[in-house]
Design a protein around this ligand. Structure first.
Ligand code: OAD
Length: 263
């Protein structure tokens, strides 16, 4: 049961019902997701309590220059742990709820900053991986791709069969967002009439700009987060305050009731 949290004169449950009505009546819904949506799958966020950047300096371990200068160090401190955590993670209620919203014909596209592949595993079919993915690596020498699951960590840094060092297909700090992902995300943001913004601190650009594009194009912005963000009260029409799994679960149930989906 979700705790009712006072937000002005509305309780959280009232807000969820309001959001469900908005979603059920929308023509084109997009979502922007961040690390918070995968916290309930056991993947830590980057910022805040228990966040990865609390103990690891991203400029020292997640910048492309750091990787090129010392791939062994970056593999040992960041990538090895990431591989283990991501390989154990499973989609949670929030990922499953968004997949259900797609099946109901409501949610079209997810723009995710996450590299964990959990939206696709939950069943969403149109996922823009804004910061790339961790499912694949690429050889720095011959460019051959290699599935991360098949990488043996006996040797660090892991190498391609040609001897070249493997790098993940995610976007390191200091690298550009792939132009296709950026252009498609901008298009999706400008065409949606509702954007659900789930589990992101909304401070890393250009991803955090997508809700602004959506808002300027006339969309309603619904945030799901246990904390306020820079979007709250300025760009977001409202904040469903709480953990993504609980909130999205309840939201999906309310949408199903409105659409009279048999349970
Ligand atoms: P952050 O770690 O910056 O923010 C996580 C957000 O999730 C915060 O706003 C939390 O309040 C919220 N949160 C925590 N637990 C939650 C839960 N159970 N349900 C819902 N929300 C929860 O993560 P991002 O915004 O995704 O980039 O960070 C953006 C980018 O910064 C990442 O993609 C990564 C990072 O540096 C690169 O590595 C290029």
């Amino acid at each position: 049961m979700i705790e009712s949290v006072e937000q002005g004169n509305k309780t959280m449950n009232d807000l969820i019902i309001k959001a469900a009505k908005d979603l059920a009546g929308a023509k084109s819904v997009a979502a922007l997701t961040g690390a918070g949506i995968s916290v309930e799958s056991g993947i830590p966020p980057f910022r805040g309590k228990g966040g990865i950047w609390e103990t690891i300096d991203p400029m020292e371990y997640a910048h492309i220059n750091a990787f090129m200068e010392n791939p062994e160090k970056v593999w040992n401190v960041l990538l090895r742990g990431l591989k283990e955590i991501i390989e154990q993670a499973k989609p949670n209620d929030a990922h499953k709820g968004l997949a259900k919203l797609e099946k109901l014909g409501i949610l079209k596209t997810i723009i995710t900053q996450n590299i964990d592949g959990l939206h696709q595993r939950a069943g969403n079919t149109d996922v823009i991986e804004f910061h790339g993915n961790f499912a694949w690596h690429r050889c720095l020498d011959c460019n051959k791709r290699c599935e991360t699951l098949k990488i043996d960590l006996k040797e660090i840094p892991p190498r391609c069969e040609c001897g070249g060092i493997l790098r993940p297909e995610f976007v390191f700090f200091g690298e550009a967002i792939p132009s296709y992902s950026l252009m498609r995300s901008q298009e999706v943001a400008s065409e949606c009439d509702i954007m659900l913004v789930v589990g992101t601190s909304a401070i890393v650009q250009p991803a955090a700009f997508m809700p602004m594009i959506a808002k300027e194009s006339g969309a309603k912005i619904i945030e799901v987060n246990p904390e306020k963000t820079p979007l709250t009260g300025r760009i977001s029409d409202y904040l469903l305050m709480g953990k993504a799994g609980q909130i999205i679960n309840k939201l999906t149930t309310e949408v199903e009731k409105l659409l009279e989906v048999p349970s």
